[in-house]
Design a binder for this molecule. Structure first.
Ligand code: NZQ
Ligand code: ZN
Length: 385
């Protein structure tokens, strides 16, 4: 196992009815901004529950944070934070709203050019406004991590940043808030955490036995319950497990002491920025192709994944790897996600454009061995046609 330091200060309030308890988590005299997206929280009762809990502390609301939150929008929100002297932000929504609030929290006090928060990956952040979240779409893990991804449409750029200053103070995970999710978002909510685990697990062995078993446990749970989450939207037990899997997939725990890949995500971000695919749709396209192209480097872990996650015990390591990659793609397809570029009405000509964007964003040495060059990314995209 590699050396590591692990820090995660986010408090989780899990279960039905927990929104009522945010009152104890937000300072009594706080000046709160409530930040949300396109209005799903008004339709499913989450907004009212928040109002009942802390309505008297809310000094302003900022709505309209888009899916794949937009830099310009978030900068406007950061200006409002300053204007209203907000000292606590409450994010209510999916990964986009929570990521957006992380940026708002960091940008409000930022003395330099706010775009540099993203171009420097969060390095210059010296302070951030405190914030908490009420999660309504389990998928990204943003509710319990310190990362965020922000889009700037005018540059067709979607860039990540991170800072220990942008961990949520608390996050409420009430599975009943997910009952109103459209099918497409439920599918996304299985594929995104599945891929988060794969980016941290499917590299090369370093003797991190517990991390491997935790990762395999999350993958197996998602394989078991993913289809049920689609079939039974109001099954509390199933939705609880999906929600906790999504959080555990990217709160740092399974990634300590192990090499990490993340090339599927970085290639996927370009697909979203250029062509508007949902984040998880890009992963469904890139992950199976990525595993096929880099099979030789990942062979030991692929064989382990085949045996322990899919129960494939016969054949050579290479045959097991092939079978497990096919199973992965089939799992995504059976959930209802397209796994090929052409499933999204895009043609092979998009590959040149994606490669140019990867180069312009410095994404030229990706992966656990930093050997996913633009040439390798091209091969991956060709394998995804
Ligand atoms: O805007 P509203 O009206 O709330 O509607 C949203 C949005 O249209 C809707 N929704 C959310 N909860 C709902 C609901 N509709 C009905 N009922 C509910 N309970 O779902 C739509 C999509 O929401 P969004 O937040 O965009 O989805 P998701 O949670 O998948 O977040 C995706 C974003 O997170 C980033 C992605 O890149 C993308 O920008 N990621 C963040 C990560 C992180 N911070 O660690 C890691 C991930 O890999 C990912 O990159
Ligand atoms: Zn993701």
């Amino acid at each position: 196992m590699n050396n590591f330091s692990f820090y995660n200060p986010t408090k989780i309030l899990f279960g039905e009815g927990q929104i009522a308890n945010i009152s104890q988590e937000i300072p009594e005299n706080a000046r709160v901004m409530l930040a949300y997206g396109g209005g799903s929280i008004k339709k499913n009762g989450v907004y009212q529950q928040i109002m009942d809990a802390v309505g008297n502390r809310i000094v302003c609301e900022f709505s309209g944070i888009e899916a794949n939150p937009e830099f310009e929008t978030l900068c406007r929100a950061a200006d409002e934070v300053n204007e209203h002297k907000v000292d606590f932000i409450l994010a209510a929504g999916g990964g986009s709203v929570i990521d957006g609030v992380k940026f708002i929290a960091a940008a409000a006090n930022f003395s330099g050019d706010r775009w540099e928060i993203l171009t420097k990956g969060g390095k210059g952040i010296e302070s951030a406004i405190d914030f908490g979240s009420v999660l309504t779409l389990p998928a990204t893990g943003s509710e319990m991590n310190s990362g965020s991804v922000v889009t700037r449409a005018e540059y067709k750029a979607k860039l990540p940043f991170g800072s220990p200053l942008v961990f949520p103070k608390f996050s409420v995970l009430d599975p009943t808030t997910t009952y109103t999710l459209p099918i497409r978002q439920v599918i996304n909510g299985v594929i995104d955490p599945f891929t988060h685990v794969m980016e941290q697990y499917l590299t090369y062995p370093v003797g991190a036995h517990l991390q491997d078993r935790l990762a395999e446990g999350i993958l197996q749970t998602l394989i078991d319950i993913g289809p049920e989450a689609l079939a039974q939207p109001e099954n509390y037990e199933i939705r609880s497990n999906v929600m906790w899997c999504a959080t555990m997939a990217l709160n740092g725990l399974i990634g300590v002491g192990v090499p990490q890949d993340w090339s599927t995500h970085m290639i996927g971000h370009e697909l979203t920025a250029l062509y508007g695919l949902d984040h998880a749709q890009t992963l469904a396209v890139v992950l199976p192709a990525n595993l096929r192209v880099r099979k030789a480097d990942k062979l030991a872990k692929l064989a382990q994944y085949a045996e322990r996650v899919w129960g494939i015990t016969t054949g050579s390591d290479e045959e097991k790897a092939d079978a497990a990659i096919a199973k992965t793609e089939e799992f995504f397809r059976n959930l209802g996600a397209g796994t090929r570029i052409e499933d999204y009405d895009l043609e092979s000509s998009v590959i040149d454009t994606i490669i140019k964007q990867l180069e312009s964003h410095g994404m030229v040495k990706l992966g656990e061995n930093k050997d996913v060059t633009p040439e390798v990314s091209r091969k991956i995209l060709e394998a995804a046609l």
